[in-house]
Design a protein around this ligand. Structure first.
Ligand SMILES: *Cc1c(COP(=O)(O)O)cnc(C)c1O
Length: 431
C-alpha cells in the first residue's frame, strides 16, 4: 500500500516513529544554528555531517603515531588502528560495496579532480582521428577545467576537441536521448565521454549503463564523476560498464572537508600491460616495493594508479564513515528511507508551496537522488533573499548561481520532522 502523507506535524512524527533508521541520526554531530538550536541541516550534498566515530579513528592513529613512531607503518596495536603502509586496503571492500564494484576496482587516493586527471592520463589517449571529449555544457567547473586542460595538454584547442551537450532550449534537465544521439553523431572522432552520475545543479540521475553502452558502440572510453551520486543512490558501477570513475568523500560520504577521494577502474583494464599511466612507488608491487629497485611492476588492481603513500589522517574519517553505512545496512535500506523522504517532501511542496516554489529536479524516483533544486516563483520574492532568510532561521541549505536553492534530506541523519520544519519555515518566509 502506498504511504499516506498529510501536512500535519503529527504525520512527520509518525513517519519518524516508524523509521527503522531513525537511530542513525545519533551517530552524527548536529551543527547549531543562529537561534542556538540544532540546525535543520539540509546541505549534505555539499558537506556531509561528522560521524561521531571520526574523532575516535583519528585520535587512535594520532596516539599510535605518538606511541610507535615509524613502527606505525606496519603495526596496528590497538583497535581501531590500521597499519599506515596499507591503509588504503582497509577501505576497498566497504567502498566497493557503496559504489557496486569489485574490491580490486576501487581505491581511495588524492582528490576528485586529481583522480580525474590521472584517469584521463590513461583513458584519454587522443589520436589524429579520434580526439574529442564529450561533456555537458554546464558541467561542474572543475570537470570542465580538467577536460579542457587535458585536451590542451595533447595539443588541441578546447574549441575543436570539447563537445558539449545542453538541455533543450527552455528546459533545465539533460535529455538522455540527446546525449546518446550526440555520442553516436561524434562516432569515431570521439575519444572520451565524461559525465556526472547525478547532476550537481539539478539533482538529475543519468543512465550510466546506457551512456557507457553508447560510448562503447562508437569505440570511445567513458568515465563518470560520481561526486553527487555516491552515498546518495545505489550504484552498480561495475555492471554499468564504465571504464573509470572518481568521486569525493566529503559530500554524502560524510568524511570531512577535503577528505581523500575515490577512484574506480573497470576490471577489464586491470591486467592490461599496454596502458599509459603516471607512476609512483605506491603503484608498484607491494612484495618488491621496498627493495627500492627501479622496475615498475603494477599492482594488478586499481591500486596501480596510486602515486604516494596514503594520507592517514584524511582517510581515517572515511573508515569511520563507511562503518556507519554498514551499520545502516548499506545503500538498500538507506535508499528505501530516502524514497519515502523524497515522496514526503514532494507531497508537502505540492500541498503547501505550489505556485510559490518549483522543483527543477526530475519527478520520477529513478531519475533523482535525495537532492531537490528549488526555484522561488512566488511574486515579489527573490530566490537569493529567500535563501538568506532560510539560513537566518536555522535551515542550512545552499545557493547555486543563478537561481537555485539546493536542499538534500539525507536518510542517515535527516528526520521527517526536519523536512516538515523546512517546509513550514519556507511557507512562513513566503507568506
Ligand atoms: C564536488 C565536486 C567536485 C569537487 O572537486 P574536488 O577535486 O573534490 O575539489 C568536482 N566535480 C563535481 C561534479 C563535484 O560535484
Amino acid at each position: 500500500m502506498p504511504e499516506q502523507y498529510d501536512t500535519t506535524p503529527a504525520c512527520a512524527e509518525r513517519l519518524d516513529a516508524e523509521d527503522p533508521l531513525a537511530h542513525m541520526r545519533d551517530e552524527f554531530v548536529m551543527p547549531v544554528g543562529p537561534n542556538g538550536e540544532a540546525e535543520v541541516y539540509l546541505v549534505g550534498n555539499s558537506l556531509g555531517l561528522q560521524p561521531r566515530a571520526v574523532r575516535t579513528y583519528i585520535e587512535a592513529e594520532l596516539d599510535k603515531w605518538g606511541r610507535l613512531g615509524v613502527k606505525g607503518h606496519t603495526e596496528a596495536d590497538r583497535e581501531p588502528t590500521f597499519p599506515w603502509e596499507s591503509y588504503e586496503e582497509s577501505l576497498n571492500h566497504q567502498m566497493a560495496a557503496v559504489v557496486g564494484a569489485e574490491p580490486e576496482e576501487v581505491v581511495v587516493m588524492n582528490g576528485l579532480t586529481v583522480n580525474l586527471h590521472l584517469l584521463m592520463t590513461t583513458f584519454y589517449r587522443p589520436t589524429q582521428e579520434r580526439f574529442k571529449v564529450l561533456i555537458e555544457e554546464h558541467a561542474f567547473p572543475s570537470d570542465h577545467f580538467a577536460a579542457a586542460s587535458q585536451v590542451r595538454h595533447h595539443g588541441r584547442s578546447a574549441e575543436e576537441a570539447l563537445v558539449t551537450v545542453s538541455p533543450r532550449p527552455g528546459e533545465d534537465l539533460l535529455n538522455a536521448e540527446d546525449l546518446m544521439a550526440a555520442i553516436a553523431e561524434q562516432g569515431d572522432e570521439l575519444a572520451l565521454v565524461l559525465l556526472p552520475g547525478v547532476h550537481y545543479y539539478t539533482g538529475q540521475v543519468l543512465p550510466l549503463a546506457d551512456l557507457a553502452d553508447a560510448a562503447h558502440r562508437v569505440g570511445a572510453m567513458v568515465g563518470f564523476d560520481l561526486a553527487h551520486a555516491v552515498g546518495n543512490i545505489p550504484l552498480g558501477l561495475h555492471d554499468s560498464g564504465a571504464d573509470f570513475a572518481a568521486w569525493c568523500t566529503y559530500k554524502y560520504l560524510n568524511s570531512g572537508p577535503g577528505a581523500t577521494a575515490g577512484c574506480f577502474v573497470n576490471q577489464r583494464h586491470l591486467e592490461r600491460t599496454d596502458l599509459n599511466r603516471f607512476e609512483g612507488w605506491w603503484g608498484t608491487d607491494k612484495a618488491t616495493r621496498f627493495q627500492m629497485d627501479t622496475v615498475f611492476n603494477p599492482i594488478p588492481t586499481v591500486e596501480a594508479w596510486q602515486l604516494s603513500n596514503p594520507p592517514v589522517f584524511s582517510m581515517a574519517p572515511i573508515r569511520a564513515s563507511l562503518e556507519v553505512f554498514e551499520r545502516a545496512g548499506g545503500m538498500g535500506p538507506l535508499r528505501e528511507k530516502s524514497e519515502k523522504q523524497i515522496a514526503y517532501l514532494d507531497h508537502l511542496l505540492d500541498e503547501v508551496l505550489a505556485g510559490r516554489v518549483e522543483s527543477i529536479t526530475p519527478r520520477p524516483l529513478t531519475e533523482r537522488g535525495c537532492q531537490f533544486s528549488l526555484r522561488v516563483t512566488a511574486d515579489g520574492y527573490a530566490g537569493r533573499g529567500v535563501f538568506d532568510a532560510l539560513e537566518a532561521t536555522g535551515v542550512a541549505c545552499d545557493w547555486r548561481h543563478p537561481d537555485v536553492i539546493r536542499i538534500a534530506p539525507v536518510p542517515l541523519y535527516n528526520s521527517f520532522a526536519d523536512i516538515h520544519r523546512f517546509v513550514q519555515v519556507l511557507d512562513g518566509i513566503l507568506s
